[in-house]
Ligand binder design. Sequence first.
Ligand code: NAP
Length: 290
Amino acid sequence: MSNPRINFIGCGRLGKTLASLFKTKEIAKINGIVCSSISSSLSAINVIGDGIPFKTISELPDANIYFITTRDDIIADMCDELIKKDISNSIIVHCSGSLSSEILIKAKLSGGFVASIHPIKSFANLEESIRSFPGTHCAIEGDEIAVSTIKDLFTKIGANVFQIKKNEKYVYHAAGVIANNYMVTLHHVATQCYEKVGIDKKMATEIVSKLSLEALKNINLMHHDKALTGPIQRGDAMTIKNHTIALSYNPIIQNMYKALGLATLPLTNHSKSIKEEITEILTNKIKSNL
Ligand SMILES: NC(=O)c1ccc[n+]([C@@H]2O[C@H](COP(=O)([O-])OP(=O)(O)OC[C@H]3O[C@@H](n4cnc5c(N)ncnc54)[C@H](OP(=O)(O)O)[C@@H]3O)[C@@H](O)[C@H]2O)c1
């Protein structure tokens, strides 16, 4: 489909980035935009440089593609509104990481083709998101026609699109939470531990950042097992035991240490007996502390 007409239902951080990229690359016509208020739709249009604001979904002009880029928990409601219009042969797509295209089932039953496409990227700052979008990995699933059209559109703005199974989106999305969100958590917890022993916050943050960056650098240079250092890699059972005892001042951190230790053990090639000894230390009371 060349130069499709696109409507955006919800045009916040992600919607504005996509619409701006489509407009700049001249690969689509941004038709109508509906946000939660006209003023917000107008400000999106000012940023994008294309499109017309509408108060309601029912007022939107016809389009080849409807992007529902609201927050996840109202996508189904937006779809309910949308099917009051004639959407036969249109493509309806959302960008949630955890929800599949199944949430758009009513649009499919109304004659539309549905898909979900999830860019694995944090869209915090608009200019930076637009600049750094090329190369972004995007997971797609849905109806064949919708998948092929949306994949083509995203490839033209530089995305690296790959297919995912509809029923595996939650595990897929959890991976991103672990990789991005929990990286922040790990950084925060390690900083807290340094502060607990009297190191000031600024220095603690610097130390943790350096250690984290070193680990990431090593992972990119070699396999996970080769990048691993520390007591679990060495098989220092006594050190691991002392860590778990010392961390008892904070059961959440203590249990986090234990759970991550158990996930780390398979990266080592210790003997069965050493693995069992470490497992015993790390599983001891883990449940009662939770
Ligand atoms: N942000 C990310 O890093 C990221 C990454 C990957 C995927 N996603 C996915 O992208 C989607 C959008 O996320 P986002 O971060 O762009 O959200 P967002 O910045 O909060 O934008 C949501 C948009 O929906 C509009 N909206 C809210 N209620 C509405 C209603 N009743 N009718 C019409 N529009 C309404 C908002 O309007 P107002 O502007 O008037 O409030 C806003 O324009 C989500 O499915 C999310 O999972 C986001």
